[in-house]
Design a protein around this ligand. Structure first.
Ligand code: FAD
Ligand code: DLZ
Ligand code: SF4
Length: 513
């Protein structure tokens, strides 16, 4: 039997990955490679690079212990070519192999690079069946539909997996308990915290390398407390099930200053690189519900995020093609303000989210959607610049999941393919769902003038800027009519406040205060 080279990418750290499934232990050489191109196609957060390289190194050890031959190329290997395809060609040469196999990558860019190896090697790209829906299943579902709404896709996935199903009916008689999940959180001394892990020798070595080589990248490197192995990631998830799942549903949309994680699972980074398996996680969550340890709204809410949103955004990413990340339906062109990197802003909500992102490479969904995303949408920030920011700063960010969330859900840049209306809100929403406004230099109740919360006038300015399009959107038409009833003086005030503020952020943090 001829030898085969199998490439395992940094987000394919699953022993059951399709490229390895039928592989022969003796005739296979596994290549895992750290490369400058992947670390640098956006300037990833230091914690993201360190986490992933440590997980890759640990995974290589795990595979070796299971008897595989693993060729691991480090970033600081002087012969490292810096690219995935370059490393595949070097490895093929080293091992005298012409057969090359890989599970499809999670990004068009990498897929095209690897496909180009076809001229040099006998290439086989296998489907990534760690996901619940195949590309074909998503296509079949999407075909011929006017609107691709997540809710209907999610129901298909519930039926397919049998998760939270009682026969052919949804558990509790209802598919979706989202309306129960809108509570503002109260501060609680016993607030759960994610399980933390001390760096072992492998991680410490990676930390030294990242400290030296990526000093100019965004983010605080230490403490790096993430799990780096499957066993630790599973322990972190088990800890979430015990400590936070029961209240996950209630407080999904809440934000509290100083509470970075609330009742969230903080597992997307493990799931997206393959350390955790989505279906196994959902089955464990269902078991908590069936055993009476977690309420249905929590279990359903969690399962919906995984087999609903996560699968759905992946389907959209591959269906829409490589140009999706460049969509800009609202023609937003303002550069990303410097405070997305520096946190140097008087807006307490934005400051808290950027600081937390800098320190943890993590923010939960509502912080991403309704604070940094909402602000960018209201301010007319270029969605591609924002997409690159989200891709760089979060430890869980890979283009297949990040881009639809940013370009589609958060920025409406796909013109409403993914979201039925733009996720815009004034300061009142942030005030209701968080305690940020209490510590803010701006006044959330004030509608106009330099002290007024910028979200307040920017909200109406957004409605005015996109008046024609929003008037035709049934979910926005009411707000457009409200704007239309404003006096000319009020409209002028909105314009003046907005122009002053937007000019000030272009000239770098010269906010009006
Ligand atoms: P929890 O709130 O505990 O949810 C559990 C799990 O559900 C998550 O781990 C995640 O795997 C899944 N999930 C929840 N919401 C989504 C969603 N909208 N899309 C896909 N999966 C979801 N998620 C990423 O995994 N990677 C990204 O790069 C990413 N970028 C985002 C960018 C923007 C602008 C927005 C608004 C959301 C983004 N999300 C992204 C979705 C979501 O914010 C994160 O999945 C979540 O915050 C991860 O934290 P958690 O593990 O504590 O999640
Ligand atoms: C994100 C990332 C980084 C920072 N570094 C590497 C790497 O050095 N080697 C590797 O194989 N993968 C890395 N990754 C993950 C890839 O970028 C990811 O596989 C593609 O984006 C496809 O999802
Ligand atoms: Fe954010 Fe406005 Fe509240 Fe300040 S007042 S924290 S800017 S919503």
């Amino acid at each position: 039997m001829a030898k085969t080279l199998v490439l395992i990418l940094g987000d394919q750290l699953s022993p059951g990955i399709s490229a390895l499934r039928d592989a022969d232990l003796v005739e296979t050489v596994i290549l895992i490679t750290e490369v400058a191109d992947e670390a640098g196609y956006v300037r990833h957060h230091k914690k993201k690079i360190a986490f992933l390289f440590s997980a890759m190194r640990h995974f290589a050890e795990e595979l070796r212990s299971a008897g595989w031959t693993v060729d691991y190329v480090r970033l600081d290997d002087t012969a490292n070519s810096g690219s995935l395809s370059g490393e595949v060609l070097r490895a093929a040469d080293r091992h005298g192999v012409s057969q090359f196999r890989v599970t499809e990558p999670g990004e068009w860019r990498v897929l095209h690079d690897l496909q180009a190896l076809d001229t040099a090697l006998d290439l086989e790209i296998l489907p990534d069946d760690r996901f619940i829906a195949s590309h074909a299943e998503f296509e079949n579902w999407a075909e011929g539909r006017k609107a691709l709404r997540m809710e209907y896709f999610y129901r298909e996935m519930r039926r397919k997996t049998g998760l939270l199903m009682d026969g052919d009916k949804p558990a509790g008689g209802q598919w979706n308990f989202d309306h129960d999940n809108r509570k503002a959180a109260a501060r609680d001394l016993l607030m759960p915290q994610p399980l933390r892990f001390a760096p072992d020798e492998i991680t410490r070595e990676v930390l030294d390398m990242v400290r030296a080589r990526f000093a100019t990248h965004f983010g605080t490197l230490e403490p790096l407390w993430f799990a780096a192995t499957r066993a630790d990631a599973e322990a972190a998830f088990a800890h979430f099930l015990k400590t936070a799942l029961p209240r996950f549903g209630d407080y999904q949309d809440a934000m509290l200053a100083g509470e970075k994680f609330l009742y969230h699972a903080v597992v997307s980074l493990y799931l997206n690189c393959g350390l955790l398996d989505p279906l196994e996680m959902c089955r464990a969550v269902e078991a908590e519900y069936r055993a009476g340890r977690a309420p249905l709204n929590a279990a359903e809410g969690f399962i919906r995020q995984i087999i609903g949103w996560r699968e759905y955004v992946r389907g959209i990413y591959w269906r829409e093609g490589p140009d999706y990340v460049r969509r800009n339906a609202l023609q937003a062109t303002r550069p990303l303000p410097d405070f997305y990197w520096s946190a140097d802003t008087e807006m307490a909500c934005v400051k808290a989210c950027v600081e937390q992102t800098r320190d943890e490479a993590y923010a939960h969904h509502i912080q991403r959607l309704m604070v940094t995303g909402n602000f960018a949408l209201l301010a007319g920030i270029d969605p591609h610049e924002l997409h690159e920011w989200y891709l760089a700063v979060y430890a869980d960010a890979y283009e297949w999941v990040e881009a639809p969330n940013t370009v589609g859900m958060s920025q409406f840049a796909d013109g409403g393919l993914l979201a039925s209306k733009p996720y815009v809100a004034s300061g009142a929403y942030i005030d209701r769902m968080s305690d940020y406004c209490r510590g803010c230099a701006y006044d959330v109740k004030a509608k106009a003038g330099p002290k007024a919360c910028p979200f307040n006038y920017l909200y109406w300015d957004f409605i005015a800027r996109h008046h024609g399009r929003l008037k035709r959107n049934p979910r926005m038409a009411q707000m457009v009519r409200t704007y239309d009833r404003f006096s000319d003086a009020r409209k002028a005030e909105i314009e003046t406040d907005s122009s002053r503020f937007l000019l000030s952020i272009e000239t770098r943090n010269q906010e009006p205060l």
